[in-house]
Design a binder for this molecule. Structure first.
Ligand code: IMP
Ligand code: MG
Length: 195
């Protein structure tokens, strides 16, 4: 996609052909610094445990990859894929399991790794399911937390950044599968009339 970069006031705003605009919310440097801190905290909380990082596809891929490289000691990965379904998916909290984990988590120390905590419904579903599988410890790491949007009480043990109620893309997060490859987290604005 070709993008033309305009300088509006002091902020760089990239405008794509489709009229979608993105503006940096959290820079790549800040993200990397925070991930390093989170990784250290996780290892401090479980100094001698092998850790199983469970990434929620696809959004958590970048976060998991960078987090894992900053955690010393024994670390393994697994992945799960889910999607919301039904017209009322947001309020009903119905989640469809598209891909389950490859291995059992029984007796393991599991860190669920998610890109963003929004309504909390996806994570609530996942935590209930994982809890039934009897892990030794179950923790949650999210890069972003849209606190205002929460519809259900769900606790994240490690939070990268609380963010305002804006639609964000980049660093794994998408809009219609695009923008996941951006190294920064950016706010996406759609052209007027689109929804
Ligand atoms: P929740 O069940 O509402 O907490 O949904 C979380 C999922 O919605 C995330 O894993 C993302 O896939 C998606 N999501 C929520 N907010 C955003 C956003 O601002 N940008 C991109 N994806 C988002
Ligand atoms: Mg996601």
């Amino acid at each position: 996609m070709t993008t033309e970069t305009k300088h509006l006031s002091r902020h760089k705003i990239a405008v794509s052909k489709s009229g979608e605009r993105v503006k940096v919310l959290i820079s790549r440097a800040k993200i990397q610094r925070r991930i390093r801190e989170m990784a250290q905290q996780i290892r401090k909380d479980f100094p001698d445990e092998p850790l199983l990082l469970v990434g929620v596809l696809k959004g958590a891929v970048m976060f998991l990859a960078d987090l894992a490289r900053q955690i010393p000691g024994e670390v393994t990965f697994d992945f799960i894929a889910v999607s919301s379904y039904g017209k009322d998916s947001k309020s009903s909290g119905q989640v469809k399991l598209n891909k389950d984990l490859d291995s059992s988590i029984e007796g393991k120390t599991v860190i669920v790794v998610e890109d963003i905590l929004d309504t909390g419904l996806t994570l609530r579903y996942l935590l209930r399911m994982f809890q039934q599988r009897k892990p030794k410890n179950l923790r949650v790491a999210v890069l972003l937390d849209k606190v205002e949007r929460r519809l259900t009480e769900v606790h994240a043990d490690y939070v990268g950044f609380p963010i305002p109620n804006e639609f964000v893309v980049g660093f794994g997060l998408d809009y219609a599968e695009r923008y996941r490859n951006l190294a920064d987290v950016k706010i996406l604005s759609l052209p007027a009339g689109t929804h």
